[in-house]
Design a protein around this ligand. Structure first.
Ligand code: B3K
Ligand code: ZN
Length: 854
């Protein structure tokens, strides 16, 4: 396969101002008729190139006459003589055979589409690139009994009955859009409906469409939708623009959801929620994804991307917008902690490994592989830094300017940065390196205090590590929020400063530092960097108790835990006392929000500990972490009990405070179990049985699944399985909880589960719940004999035949071989090589595996 390069971008030679699509829907064979009005763009003789993938052409005409067309490596080419033509094609496609879930496919009795990034070419011949903007009118006909509901983008304009038990519907989308935003859904669906009145007084009909048994689980999503619509008006001045906004939930979906104009299609896991089946984490994720897709209506749809290298233009910005939205709905501090935790879990390793790429990549083989944590989450951090540098008013002015200038067009990352510069009156030339240089910058910070003069000096230094194709880097602009605290009075020494570190090295001077200062740096995680300081355990403990930025407080505690755990892995033992005391302090501080406490007392994950080490030793890391957990559990036993009992509610309530209490309960239960208390498993079992909500139930199940009490563990798993048999989303939890278990028999269990009658690779959620979850279980996946690697490779080879996109997403854990000892590295490479040799390997997998081996 040939790489697509950003530098090769050429504007389209033909535009398609209008298309009329006519679908004769049938799961086995659907006939698609397309009438394209095409228009020559500029002075050239190039033929019209239409993409097509797996289409069976029935007829192709130009201006009513059979066309002269050639098959090309990516579709067809038609030589045209005039400025404007009417090109008509008719093709046959087979939704039921579509296991890739790209294009038009069948899921649980529905027919639905997924076109981003390049699925539209699997539906009809079309220039499948985001800079071709077209007005769509769509007609669908289908069997009325099987498919009573027919939805598409835009507004409904007609419907009626046809002969033979069929019916039709017509939809019109007045907004020109790229074909990746096209969607249709046909099926037996019911809607949870409501009306939203925009701030200019237009009424919008909202509908969340599901199969009828799921209707009761849609209230949360609907409420989140209305909250997001209002929020985007209030915070960004963006109003909704069509008369209807529909969301459909489907069970088989390659990722979270899709922002098709006026017709979002969702993985059902990000719509359906009720207390019995969804955890608090699920509730939050539903609201965040609903908001994210809704926000795309402006950041993505009204202003779209010129080419796929600009993907972060819509994704980074929209993630930033959904993060800000979620922060406004509950605890902003806890939200920031969660976002940074997932950045560190997914993006930092990506940026440090063989798949590292800039936020605006330069080349790809398969664009689907670039829907990454770097494009999304690092992209959001880049937007956040611009917001920090500009301040809220100028940032808002910049976003207004961006939307004004580029509404109705396909824009670039450069356009966004220019709008920020123009509205903010700032020069972001050097800042642009965040888009072109990959790798996580490292900052070292050393603070020196001169007791006599009352001066302090902060010495900062930055380095950006080499990444594939980028051996040498320039210094970047790092906005570092920092503050000093006096270690004697425990109060702030001056106000917070925003330092823009632009050079390799810099020095910041502080006056009237009258007592020994402690450095609080990168507060709020103002820059997505790794900070190295020489702060002692005592200083970190001090900050964890006294810093007035909650994120910085959390961060100090994490650093203290990390230093302790890394020392334990390196030397086989470490002084646990400072961590124990800091956790005690946090647990007993009556002024802290319980939700914050629950986050702050959690130890860093096995894999984040691994990221700090030159060579990951999964077994030693696991032992060190368990030892510290046990020590915390035993030494603070009474506190965990008090916290556990104090956080008990009589009945489920969905509020930030109640969520915080549930979180404290489950975290405390985990520590009680880690302490080895004799009653731990009966306590967990009681919580498991008494729970009136999934957070408590799954929290208890996780504790039991990790426990050595075979009887309790197996009983809980059986009860859980039987209670939720038939509920796919909850069974996913049953699979993933076992795949994430720290029990020594996890690998054997996972292999057994891969033969379970409820296991299938055909459903992406299910595949991820077992294979995806297992491959991030650092200890089990990295079993020294390579059996974990072999299992995952076997599954990926099988999955690639069905669904390359979902398979390729699961490659990165195997690509981490450089981080391990020689024995494991060899075993991992052997599995990657075996995958690479598989006949008929997809382009998706070839790219991911090939890069992972390099
Ligand atoms: N834009 C879609 C993602 C499409 C992924 C295609 N491989 C969902 C989102 O980010 O909102
Ligand atoms: Zn998105």
């Amino acid at each position: 396969p040939r790489a697509v390069r950003r530098a090769d971008y050429r504007a389209p030679e033909w535009q398609v101002p209008r298309i009329a699509l006519d679908f004769d829907l049938d799961p086995a064979a659907t006939r698609v008729r397309a009438v394209l009005e095409v228009e020559r763009s500029g002075d050239h003789n190039a033929p019209l190139q239409l993409d097509g993938d797996g289409l069976e052409p029935l007829s192709i005409t130009v201006d009513g006459q059979p066309a002269e067309w050639q098959a090309t490596d990516r579709g067809i080419a038609i030589a045209l003589t005039g400025e404007r033509h009417r090109v008509e094609t008719e093709v046959l496609i087979h939704p039921e055979r579509n296991t890739q879930l790209m294009g038009l496919y069948a899921s649980g009795g529905l027919l639905c589409t997924q076109c981003e990034a390049e699925g539209f070419r699997r539906i009809t011949y079309f220039p499948d690139r985001p800079d071709v903007l077209t007005r769509y009118s769509v007609r669908m006909s289908a069997d009325k009994a099987r498919f009573p509901v027919l939805l598409a983008n835009g507004d409904p304009v007609g419907a009626g009955d046809l002969d033979g038990g069929r019916h039709f519907a017509e939809w019109d989308d007045p907004f020109p859009k790229p074909c990746y935003l096209f969607a249709l859904v046909a099926g037996d669906l019911v809607a949870n409906r409501d009306t939203f009145v925009t701030r200019s007084g237009r009424a919008v009909e909202l509908g969340i469409w599901v199969r009828s048994p799921d209707l009761a689980k849609t209230d949360h999503a609907l409420a989140a939708l209305k909250t997001s619509m209002r929020w985007d008006e209030d915070v960004y001045g963006r109003e909704y623009d069509l008369d209807v906004f529909n969301i459909v939930a489907v069970d088989d979906f390659n990722f979270g959801a899709m922002e098709n104009k006026g017709l979002n299609i969702f993985n059902s896991r990000y719509i359906l929620a009720d207390p019995d089946t969804a955890t608090d984490y699920d509730y939050d994720a539903v609201a965040a994804v609903v908001a994210h897709e809704y926000f795309h209506n402006w950041s993505g749809n009204r202003v779209t991307c010129r080419d796929w290298f600009q993907l972060s233009l819509k994704e980074g910005f929209t993630v930033y917008r959904d993060q800000s939205f979620s922060a406004d709905q509950g605890s902003a501090a806890v939200k920031r902690i969660e976002d940074v935790r997932s950045l560190r879990a997914a993006q930092f390793p990506e940026d440090a490994g063989p798949l590292a790429h800039p936020v605006r990549p330069d080349a790809y083989l398969e664009i689907s592989n670039f829907y990454t944590a770097t494009i999304y989450n690092k992209g959001a951090e880049v937007i956040r830094m611009m917001a920090t540098i500009l301040g809220p008013e100028k940032f808002r002015a910049g976003s207004d300017l961006y939307f004004d200038r580029h509404d109705g067009t396909a824009a670039t990352v450069e356009d966004f940065v220019c709008a920020m510069e123009d509205a903010g009156g700032v020069d972001l030339s050097q800042f642009r390196l965040w888009y072109s240089q990959a790798g996580t910058p490292r900052v070292s910070a050393r603070l020196e205090h001169e007791v006599g003069s009352g001066r302090a000096h902060l010495y900062l230094r930055q380095t950006v590590p080499p990444t594939p194709g980028q051996p040498a880097k320039d210094p970047m602009v790092l906005p570092l929020r920092l503050k000093l605290f006096g270690s004697e009075t425990a109060s702030a020494l001056g106000t917070e400063q925003l330092v823009l570190l632009k050079d390799g090295e810099a020095e910041v001077a502080f006056e009237t530092v009258t007592e020994p200062p402690v450095l609080s740096i990168n507060r709020g995680f103002s820059a997505p960097v790794i900070v190295e300081t020489d702060r002692s355990a005592a200083e970190l403990a001090f900050l964890s108790a006294h810093d007035d930025d909650p994120f910085a407080r959390y961060e100090a505690m994490q650093q203290l835990m990390l230093d302790t755990l890394v020392a334990a892995v390196r030397h086989g033992r470490a002084d646990h006392a400072p961590v124990v005391e800091a956790v005690r302090n946090t647990l007993t501080d009556p002024n802290l929000d319980p939700a914050f406490v629950a986050e702050a007392v959690l130890l860093p994950s096995d894999s984040f500990i691994g990221d700090q080490l030159a060579v990951v030793d999964p077994e030693a890391i696991y032992q060190a972490r368990e030892a510290l957990r046990g020590e915390l559990g035993r030494t603070l036993a009474d506190h965990w009990r008090t916290a556990y009992e104090g956080a008990q509610d009589d009945r489920f309530e969905y509020s930030p405070a109640a969520k915080g209490r549930r979180r404290v309960r489950t975290v405390s239960l985990g520590y009680i179990a880690a302490s080895g208390a004799a009653d731990a498993s009966s306590l967990a079992f009681r919580q498991f049985e008494a729970a009136d909500n999934m957070s408590d139930r799954q929290g208890a199940l996780t504790t039991l699944v990790n426990s050595a009490d075979d009887e309790a563990r197996e009983a809980a798993l059986d009860i859980f399985y039987n209670r939720y048999a038939g509920n796919a989303l909850v069974l996913d939890k049953w699979f993933s909880t076992q795949a994430l278990s720290s029990r020594p028999e996890t690998l054997a269990r996972v292999v057994e589960l891969s033969h379970h009658r409820d296991f299938t690779l055909a459903n992406p959620n299910r595949a991820r719940s077992l294979v995806g979850a297992f491959s991030v279980n650092q200890r089990a996946f990295n079993a020294a004999d390579g059996a974990g690697y072999r299992f995952v490779a076997d599954q990926l080879i099988a999955l690639d035949k069905l669904n390359p996109q979902t398979a390729a997403k699961l490659v990165p854990p195997l690509g981490r071989w450089r981080r391990f000892d020689e024995g494991r590295a060899k075993l991992m490479r052997a599995e990657l090589e075996r995958i690479m040799r598989t006949p008929g390997l997809s382009k998706d997998m070839a790219e991911q595996v090939g890069k992972s081996l390099d």
